[in-house]
Design a protein around this ligand. Structure first.
Ligand code: FES
Length: 560
């Protein structure tokens, strides 16, 4: 097999000329002849002035390069687009597939024998894994790592569960504007990804469990020297893959995806990770049904005590033993014959004992935080194709709940009326948000509807909330998400009206609209789809994005 600059030549109709020209231009970068003939490790990097979570990428690139050079290879860093969660409008989710396409095509088009993917913020790791799996060039994922916590009045603060907690206190009048301004400066104080078990952390843990990120690398804080060591080692491993290819398609298999879903349950991970892992698996033609997801959830205990479900932060998971400590507890439930980028099976990786484990953070299998997993899929007349519910972050007294629907037609309607003093709403009502799904507006994290101000001021902290939107992995509450089909496609959600009765049953894993079927059919007969975008990426997105149970990938990107 041709290595380095000699493969994937630019097409001039004369291969020798192409190579001569490429080497000539490579020399203009000051590369020695020895390195011109070396295997190449690409480094897909996504730094951006609009992405705080990637502020340490330059340092990581340097460390990865060190590892590649030490093994006699040539590191070549290349950019892709970068998705900074809170800097993108209408939502970063709309651009995940764009970054996946960018990553896939640049890996495929440029001459590299292996690639190290450096990302961290919510959508970047899924995008990189989707792209790398489709390109199927040997790849190692390196995450930027979680932020360290800040301090406020003697307590630790971390993005972004505490962002929401303090904002809820501010909305309810519990704290003043001066304090919320102070807190604003203490929530996100270092580089790295959100400090709790949100989407970014969930995806980092998933990458390690899949075997495409190095063992022990997911939870290392962004600012810790060990992260640079992991980066250097990632470069070395990528060089071994350049010589003896293990492709992403050999690492990301049905078995490793099941392991990753199990890990997600055990860490009390993000609902968004279900969409992302589904999309990644879909690139290899793997489909884990919602029934299988529920079986995994019912068999897998929650073992990790981190916010938003529990108490700690990612820095605590690192100090407690990391993902390896969790995988050791889950060992009887895992497929141990899955392959990792180091060329060892997961079973071989787990032959090394985890060392001391802080049992306040990572519980033993026999003494879990909860005997069942944190996430479940619901089905029922309101969501014929399913919905997702994070039972680990919800209020147990609302698990079996029937209430009156208070409906918002979309995000603008929600913003305009949720705090209106004349909004007719009671604490046992069910808040319903329509038209926030993938086709409607890119599926923003709007499913965590705020508690109406007048109820918040009465001390109401949680209500049943339902939508076709997503929710931040750092959020909590009794929130039904990802309702499919979405309202903008004419799903039953679009038929819900103020005053309808809705029943949530977590025991039966159901979400039902208690309206006569014929009446629902009559309402849906009048449904008209909104006008679709006509040009550019918005049109491509709208016309080809799939629903949440398919991972919201573009329909033409699924499969190998
Ligand atoms: Fe980047 Fe939370 S904003 S991980």
């Amino acid at each position: 097999m041709k290595k380095g600059f000699s493969h994937g030549l630019t097409n001039y109709g004369d291969r020798e000329f192409s190579l001569y020209l490429r080497r000539s231009f490579a020399r203009s970068m000051g590369l020695s002849e020895r390195l011109l003939d070396a295997p190449i490790v690409g480094i897909a990097a996504a730094p951006s002035g609009f992405n705080n979570c990637h502020r340490n990428i330059d340092e990581l690139v340097e460390a990865v390069s060190r590892g590649v050079l030490a093994e006699g290879g040539l590191p070549r860093v290349f950019p892709t687009i970068s998705l900074g969660e809170v800097f993108l409008s209408p939502t970063s989710m709309k651009f995940r597939n764009l970054m996946a396409m960018d990553t896939e095509e640049m890996i495929r088009a440029q001459p590299m024998d292996a690639v190290v993917l450096i990302g961290g913020c919510d959508k970047t790791v899924p995008a990189q894994l989707m792209g790398a799996l489709s390109a199927d060039v040997p790849a190692v994922q390196l995450v930027t790592g979680p932020m360290s916590t800040g301090r406020h009045k003697g307590e630790r603060l971390g993005a972004c569960t505490d962002c929401r907690r303090f904002w809820a206190r501010y909305r309810s009048g519990d704290i003043e504007s001066g304090e919320i301004e102070t807190v604003e400066g203490r929530l996100a104080t270092t580089t790295g990804t959100c400090a709790v078990m949100g989407t970014a952390s969930s995806m980092a843990c998933i990458a390690e469990t899949l075997g495409i990120a190095l063992p022990g690398s997911a939870a290392i804080p962004a600012v810790h020297s060990a992260r640079l060591v992991a980066a250097e080692e990632s470069g070395r491993v990528a060089m071994s893959l350049a010589k003896n290819a293990i492709r992403p398609s050999q690492v990301i298999t049905e078995k490793s995806v099941e392991n990753a879903f199990r890990l997600l349950m055990a860490v009390g991970g993000s609902t968004n990770a279900i969409i992302h892992l589904t999309a990644i698996a879909g690139r290899a033609g793997i489909r884990i049904s919602y029934d299988r997801l529920n079986a995994i959830s019912d068999e897998t205990p929650v073992l990790v005590d981190l916010k938003p479900v529990g108490e700690g932060y990612m820095e605590d998971l690192f100090a407690a033993g990391g993902v390896g400590a969790v995988l050791h507890e889950l060992k009887p439930l895992l497929h141990l014959d899955t392959m990792t980028v180091q060329g060892r099976t997961l079973g071989q990786v787990l032959e090394t004992p985890p060392g001391w484990v802080d049992r306040n953070v990572v519980r033993e299998f026999a003494r879990p935080i909860s005997p069942v997993g944190g996430l479940v899929a619901l089905q029922g007349s309101l969501a014929p194709d399913g919905a997702i519910f994070k039972r680990a972050a919800a209020t147990q007294s609302l698990f079996e709940h029937e209430g009156r629907a208070v409906v918002f037609d979309g995000l603008e309607d929600l913003a305009a009326r949720i705090d209106a003093p004349d909004l007719e709403v009671k604490a046992d009502d069910v808040l319903v948000l329509k038209n926030a799904g993938p086709k409607a507006c890119g599926m923003p994290e709007a499913g965590y509807l705020p508690i109406p101000r007048k109820l918040a001021q009465q001390g109401v902290k949680d209500m049943v909330r339902i939508s076709d939107a997503r929710m931040s992995g750092t959020a909590f509450g009794t929130v039904v998400l990802h309702v499919a089909p979405e309202a903008a496609l004419g799903g039953p959600l679009s038929a819900v009206r103020n005053g309808d009765r809705i029943r949530l049953s977590v025991r039966d894993k159901r979400i039902d609209l208690l309206v006569d079927e014929a009446e629902v059919a009559r309402r849906l007969a009048g449904f008209r789809q909104a006008e679709t975008p006509r040009r550019g990426y918005a049109a491509l997105y709208h016309n080809t994005v799939t629903q949440a149970p398919q991972g919201c990938d573009f329909d033409f990107l699924a499969g190998m």
